[in-house]
Design a protein around this ligand. Structure first.
Ligand code: FAD
Length: 433
């Protein structure tokens, strides 16, 4: 047990738990949770602290599964892996690769734990691919009482639909079974293009590429498109020079420097934004899928992301462009647009609808509120659902109306955690008391 202060990756959320535990086994985990419950304390879990929202915060009992991060079983024939829930996605995909297996999709980074990523509906991009939680076929959940529930898609699909994305509000996930795919290579093509052209062809591009996304800085007219497609050809990894120039130099060092400069001199932001847009270079390379999907992130920022219906994305981006210019928001960080398939998980942000994701960012340390609120207002006019792990201003009353299976999740929560042992202020705000 330790009582270290918790600070998330973006350094915008901190707390000092009364106790922090790092169990080494499911039995030890169950004992810790049951004792906390017996003492009428509340329990939260932390993954790798990559949520921007206050999802993890507690001044009571915090549990980290850093010591429960092993691969438990790999069934190569069925392409199924069972892992302890604290394993990072990075560690998982590296190990899977040695067995010629892969996850079908990943987000921009792979620092997250498996449990943390699925619990907030983390996703990548790909019109025909669901978020990470849709790959989960079973899990074990330690309830507040210390009882352990085996949840499997084959036995009780409805329960898994509630438990796969649960913000840690049902219990502590101790292990997860994931359906993988055969390993594959991706060819990545990155191209600076006029935003108007990208928006005009948004649907075709998402349909014709396995994974399509674009980045665009409000106030500029250029976007950077990223199209990743499966390739059976020989791989040609990004050259050392292009990697150093674009992935480290531009995306991290130059961007970090400009971001710090812009905090001191906000009036310089429009010039800096057009400079960044001009230095973006085309790239064409290929590699193992997990090396293409996720990259290094050195520059700290805060983020809000909304899931909206797939086909309204171009209009929403145009609205954000007009609003940003009209309201004079000084923004250096890009808007990121992605797509995902509909799924049936109760609290998945893509529940029941083919979705586009529109994410906005602000340098860490700058006031993000008025910009994010203005973007949220636009997303709300089209029934947008906020990412559970990112910043937003919604509460349970707003959110209940956006999720058709809200009452199913609420009933599961009442059954599995009737005493609300697994809650904190954020969970109470977004899921209700
Ligand atoms: C630089 C950066 C890039 C990102 N890129 C993407 C992206 O591309 N796509 C995307 O969708 N999101 C992205 N995110 C958001 C991120 O994927 C989510 O916030 C994710 O939940 C973080 O995982 P974590 O392991 O850090 O979990 P944490 O942030 O530590 O926790 C997240 C939630 O999971 C719960 N939890 C953790 N472990 C357990 C457990 N064992 N049992 C039950 N509940 C548990 C926590 O209580 C909390 O509610 C990004 C974040 C950052 C900082």
């Amino acid at each position: 047990m330790s009582n270290t202060r918790f600070t998330n990756w973006a350094r915008n959320q901190t707390c000092t738990p009364a106790a922090k535990h790092l169990p080494r086994s499911e039995d030890e985990l169950a004992t810790i949770v049951a004792e906390a419950h017996h003492e009428r304390r509340t329990v939260r879990c932390v993954g790798s602290g990559h949520s921007f929202s206050a999802a993890v915060l507690t001044d009571d009992v915090l549990i980290s599964l850093d010591n429960m991060s092993r691969i438990l079983e790999i069934d190569r024939a069925e392409r199924v892996v069972r892992v302890e829930a604290g394993i990072s996605l990075a560690e998982l995909v590296k190990t899977l690769d040695r067995f010629d297996l892969a996850l079908p999709n990943l987000g921009d980074i792979a620092y997250q734990t498996v449990a943390g990523a699925i619990s907030t509906s983390t996703h990548g991009t790909g019109l025909h691919l669901g978020g990470l939680a849709t790959q989960v076929i079973a899990m074990r959940l330690v309830l507040a009482t210390g009882d352990i529930v085996d949840i499997a898609a084959d036995d009780d699909p409805a329960l898994l639909q509630s438990a796969a994305v649960s913000l840690g509000a049902l219990g502590v996930i101790s292990s997860v079974t994931i359906q993988c795919v055969d390993s594959f290579n991706l060819r990545a093509v990155e191209t600076p293009e006029p935003l108007a052209d990208v928006l005009a062809t948004w649907t075709e591009r998402c349909e014709s590429n396995d994974h399509f996304e674009f980045l665009w800085i409000p106030g500029t007219d250029q976007a950077l498109t990223k199209s990743n497609n499966r390739t059976a050809g020989a791989i040609e990894p990004i050259g050392r020079f292009a990697y150093a120039r674009d992935k480290i130099g531009v995306e991290n060092v130059l961007f970090g420097g400009l971001s710090r400069f812009s905090r001191r001199f906000p009036a310089s932001i429009p010039t800096l934004a057009s400079t960044i847009t001009r230095v973006a270079q085309p790239n064409d390379y290929s590699d193992a899928s997990w090396k293409i999907f996720a990259s290094a992130r050195w520059v700290r920022f805060v983020e809000m992301e909304y899931a909206i219906a797939f086909d309204v994305l171009p209009d929403v981006v145009r609205e954000i462009d007009m609003m940003t210019r009209r309201n004079g928001h000084q923004v250096l960080f890009p808007v990121e647009a992605r797509a995902a398939a509909a799924d049936d998980l109760a609290l998945s942000t893509a529940h029941g609808r083919t979705s586009a994701y529109v994410a906005v960012h602000m340098s860490a340390g700058r006031d993000y509120r008025s910009y994010f609120k203005d973007v949220e207002a636009i997303a709300s006019t089209v029934g947008g659902r906020p990412h559970w792990g990112k910043l937003h201003f919604k509460n349970a009353d707003d959110l209940a109306a956006l999720y058709p299976s809200w009452s199913d999740f609420a009933a599961t929560r009442d059954r599995l955690d009737p005493t609300r042992t697994m809650s904190n202020a954020y969970v109470t705000r977004v899921l209700g008391p």
